[in-house]
Design a protein around this ligand. Structure first.
Ligand code: PLP
Length: 395
C-alpha cells in the first residue's frame, strides 16, 4: 500500500485496495486468465527461479488477479499478508497442515462446521496430530486445555450452526502461554464485523464462497496473518500441494468485496429484525442470534463484534418432522446448505451439514432435531416475514 492508502477507510479499501491498472488503464480490474508466464531469455527464467517471488512464474504459485483479491482482503482485515485458495476448506486445512508435525497437539471447541471437525479429529489423527476438544463457551475448560503446550488452536466464532461464541481476547492470552497459534474461522462474523487479529489471534481463515462472493457464484477461500507465517510456512505448503484459487474466481471475489459492506450491513439488519419477530412465537422453541439479549453470550458479542451477522438459528417445536413441514411450506426462501448469499437460504443442519455427527455430538453442539439455520439475504424484509410466517403456519 502507498502512504495514502494506509489512511483509507474500510469502504474505500473494499473498492480500491489491490488495484494495479494495466497499460490499458481500465476502470474495472483486469482478469488474467493464464496458467503460465513467459521469459524473454533463458537468463531471465533462471533469475526468476533464483530470486523467488520477484515475478510471476507459474499459476500454482501466483497470479495478478489472485494478488488483487489477496491485497484487497488483507487491506480490509488489517493483515500483513493473505493467500487466496480454492475453497474455505482448503483455507482451513492449509492453515493447520502447513504448521503441524507428528506429535503436535491441537485444541478446538466442539461447536464447529462438520468438515472442520473431520480435519481436526479424523484426518489429523492419521498423521499423529491429536486434537483435544473443549466447550468453547467455558473459559475454565480453555484454561485447562491450554495449561499444557499446544501447537495451534482452531475456533469458529460464531460457530456453524449453533452460533456459539469464543472469547477471542481471553483465548488468545491463553494461547500465548501455551505457545499455540490461534486460528480463527471468521466466516459467520464476516470480515466486516469481527477483527480477530486485533483481538490477539494469529491467523484468520475465510470461506470466500460465503459473504465475500455473496452472490452464490463461485468457491474460494483465504488465509491471513503475518508476513512471516504466510511467506515462510503457508506459501511453500500451498505451492507444493496445489489448492490454487482460479483467477476467474479471484476476480469474482475481488468484485464481491466491493459491495460486501453494503450487502452485509443490510442482511445483518434484517437478520436482527427477523430474530426479534420470531423470538417468543408459540411454534418456536428458541431463536439464536448473537444480537438477541437472550443469547447467552450477548455481552461478549457486543464486546468483540461490531455487528451480529446475517445468520439465525431457529428451533421449531416438534422436532425434525415439524422442521421439515416448515421448510417444505416455504415459497421464497431456498432450501440450501450454502450461506452468506444475497438470496435467503435455509437448511436443517442435523440432516445436512452436520449429518455425520453422532446423536451425542449433535446434542453437545446444540444441533437439535428441530433446528434450522437461516442465512438472511437481501430480499425485502416484509417478503421474508411473509415466507417465514407461511412456514410456521404449516407446522
Ligand atoms: C464456518 C465454515 N468454515 C468453512 C466452510 C467451508 O467453506 P467452503 O465451502 O468454501 O469450502 C464453511 C462452509 O459452510 C463454513 O461454514
Amino acid at each position: 500500500m502507498s502512504k495514502n492508502e494506509q489512511n483509507w477507510g474500510p469502504n474505500t479499501r473494499l473498492v480500491r485496495a489491490g488495484l494495479h491498472r494495466s497499460q490499458f488503464e481500465e476502470t474495472s480490474e483486469a482478469m488474467y486468465l493464464t496458467s503460465g508466464y513467459v521469459y524473454q531469455s533463458a537468463e531471465e527464467a533462471e533469475a526468476a527461479f533464483v530470486n523467488d517471488g520477484s515475478r510471476y512464474v507459474y499459476g500454482r504459485f501466483g497470479n495478478p488477479t489472485i494478488t488483487l483479491f489477496e491485497e484487497r482482503l488483507a487491506a480490509l482485515e488489517g493483515a500483513e499478508a493473505c493467500k487466496g485458495v480454492a475453497s474455505g476448506m482448503a483455507a482451513v486445512f492449509a492453515s493447520i497442515a502447513c504448521q503441524v508435525r507428528a506429535g503436535d497437539r491441537l485444541v478446538a471447541p466442539r461447536a464447529l462446521f462438520g468438515s472442520c471437525t473431520y480435519i481436526l479429529n479424523d484426518l489429523m489423527s492419521r498423521f499423529g496430530v491429536a486434537c483435544d476438544f473443549v466447550d468453547g463457551t467455558d473459559l475454565a475448560q480453555w484454561e485447562q486445555a491450554l495449561s499444557k503446550p499446544a501447537k495451534a488452536v482452531f475456533v469458529e466464532t460464531p460457530s456453524n450452526p449453533s452460533l456459539e461464541l469464543v472469547d477471542l481476547k481471553a483465548v488468545a492470552g491463553l494461547c500465548k502461554k501455551a505457545g499455540a497459534r490461534l486460528i480463527v474461522d471468521n466466516v459467520f462474523a464476516t470480515p466486516l464485523f469481527q477483527k480477530p487479529l486485533q483481538l490477539g489471534a494469529d491467523i484468520v481463515v475465510y470461506s470466500a464462497t460465503k459473504h465475500i462472493d455473496g452472490q452464490g457464484r463461485c468457491l474460494g477461500g483465504a488465509v491471513l496473518g503475518s508476513k512471516e507465517f504466510i511467506a515462510g510456512e503457508l506459501a511453500p505448503f500451498l505451492r507444493h500441494t496445489g489448492p490454487a484459487l482460479s483467477p476467474f474466481n479471484a476476480w469474482t471475489l475481488a468484485k464481491g468485496l466491493e459491495t460486501l459492506a453494503l450487502r452485509v450491513e443490510r442482511q445483518a439488519a434484517s437478520a436482527l429484525s427477523l430474530a426479534h419477530l420470531l423470538e417468543g412465537h408459540v411454534k418456536i422453541a428458541s431463536v439464536r442470534h448473537p444480537g438477541l439479549a437472550s443469547h447467552p453470550q450477548h455481552e461478549l458479542a457486543k464486546r468483540q463484534m461490531s455487528g451480529f451477522g446475517t445468520m439465525l438459528g431457529i428451533e421449531i417445536k416438534g422436532g425434525q418432522a415439524a422442521a421439515f413441514r416448515f421448510l417444505n411450506a416455504l415459497e421464497m426462501i431456498d432450501i440450501s446448505n450454502n450461506l452468506g448469499d444475497a438470496k435467503s437460504l435455509i437448511t436443517h443442519p442435523a440432516t445436512t451439514t452436520h449429518q455425520r455427527l453422532t446423536p451425542e455430538d449433535k446434542q453437545r453442539q446444540g444441533i437439535a432435531p428441530g433446528l434450522l439455520r437461516l442465512s438472511v439475504g437481501l430480499e425485502d424484509e416484509k417478503d421474508l416475514k411473509a415466507d417465514l410466517m407461511r412456514g410456521l403456519a404449516a407446522v
